[in-house]
Design a protein around this ligand. Structure first.
Ligand SMILES: CC(C)(COP(=O)(O)OP(=O)(O)OC[C@H]1O[C@@H](n2cnc3c(N)ncnc32)[C@H](O)[C@@H]1OP(=O)(O)O)[C@@H](O)C(=O)NCCC(=O)NCCS
Length: 164
């Protein structure tokens, strides 16, 4: 994604407000760099950024000591004046198409199941044993199995930045 950090910050400030850095999602991927191959910007004809989607390398540290790599999706954000115009859906469609083709890890996110479940089958069914380094509503802790890689069994453990 050809995108400057200040452009990302402007969209995130508009969509989530300046308090967003305290969110649990930031702690899960603390210190990581976003994955350019699975991160996107939507621009208008003048080149202004209307939406951003970033993905990050994270892992689930299981209670038995093993680590399962995951790709954390989000923030997904569209500027308020252009929400509900299909921009979020277009970015998510692209992410799912790209990750279905090439991702080596399953996807997770903290988000609205009414949106991410409805279109892309991000589900909370198998995340009940997952913990996070901050508060999280269990119904919003979602996973999407990437077809073509070994399905993830139900696991118990702590979400954390990718260690390897
Ligand atoms: C959530 C967000 C990314 C959705 O993107 P968008 O471009 O506004 O929405 P879309 O045009 O893709 O929506 C497509 C459909 O999903 C619905 N939808 C959008 N956001 C929804 C939500 N949070 N919950 C349920 N349905 C939602 C729309 O109403 C629309 O429904 P329709 O096809 O029946 O008319 C965007 O509204 C946003 O940035 N919101 C603020 C930040 C946020 O909460 N991000 C998500 C957490 S990471």
């Amino acid at each position: 994604m050809s995108l400057e950090n200040h452009e990302i910050e402007a969209v995130l400030d508009a969509a989530f407000g300046p308090d967003r850095h305290r969110r649990t999602a930031y702690a899960i991927r603390k210190g990581m760099l976003w994955l350019p191959e699975y991160s996107y910007a939507a621009r208008d004809d003048a080149g202004n950024v209307l939406g951003v989607l970033q993905s990050w390398p994270v892992e689930l540290r299981s209670d038995d000591g093993t680590a399962t790599p995951l790709i954390m999706v989000g923030p997904v954000a569209v500027v308020p004046s252009d929400q509900k115009n299909g921009i979020g859906k277009a970015m998510m469609d692209r992410l799912v198409a790209d990750t279905d083709l090439s991702a080596k890890a399953h996807l997770m996110m903290i988000g609205d199941p009414e949106y991410y479940g409805r279109f892309w089958r991000f589900l909370a069914d198998d995340t009940s044993g997952w913990r996070a380094p901050g508060p999280v509503d269990p119904r919003r802790l979602l996973m999407r199995q990437v077809p073509g890689i070994e399905p993830l069994p139900r696991l118990s453990g702590m979400l954390a930045p990718r260690s390897a």
